[in-house]
Ligand binder design. Sequence first.
Ligand SMILES: [Zn+2]
Length: 276
Amino acid sequence: MAWTARPVYNTAALQGVIGVLLMVGSVSTGGIFDSHVHVGRWVLPDFRGHSTSLEQSAAVLASSGIDGALVMPTDSGDNAGLIGSLASYAGPVRFAVAAWAIPDDSAIGGLLDAHDFRAVKIHPSFCRVPVNHDSWSPAISAARQRGLPVIVHCGRWQEMAGYGLLLQAADAWPDVKFVMAHMGGDSPSLVLSAAVGVASRGLRNVFMGTESIREYWIVAEAIGIVGADRVLFGSDHNLNSPVSFLAVIDAIGLDEQARSMVLGGNARKLFGFDNG
Ligand SMILES: [Zn+2]
């Protein structure tokens, strides 16, 4: 597949990871991987023009003990800017990159083929189009053809970004893997309902991202419902501090295997991060 041509952006860090794997003599999935990181400047006025460069974000992630992350643009949708930053990036964190999709984007296939994208990001609220609308078909179809997962923002705005709309999309696209961002919506009752929805529909193609969920007990309950193999740690940096959301996972007290899956193993597998 196209993305195997340029598999990693930081070969020095990869060598470090390989060295650690050799030392422990295992096929460990590696260190902590943050599956939801934005880089660049925000447009939404509420975010006050907040901005980080790739290097600034890498320093924050590294100081939080994170050695890999999926990065994506902000609501500026600046895929070209992010790709440009990655071209000159030298570490210390290894990055995979998600393309920011827009509705009715017939050119997205060409974009995905031109760069080493590992996922497609859909933000229904910013784009004012629900994920189950036909306008997202070009983006979802392009991801499907390339075997890439689709990350979908879910929030409290049910008509636009409700988790139920993503469940419908996941039903309609059974061979596309979806990441339900913010575990289906930033509220305990939404997270619980979303987890029950995933499990009761038997949707094996839906994962839940923990970014911005503060209530460790509802994350624990959701893991109990959907399984530790379906939950991905995410921080929503550069808006949030990664350590805040690592603390949420720590507070759950998962066993070592489940913890390692949630903190990186699942995401590395989903984004093909250790295969390149
Ligand atoms: Zn986000």
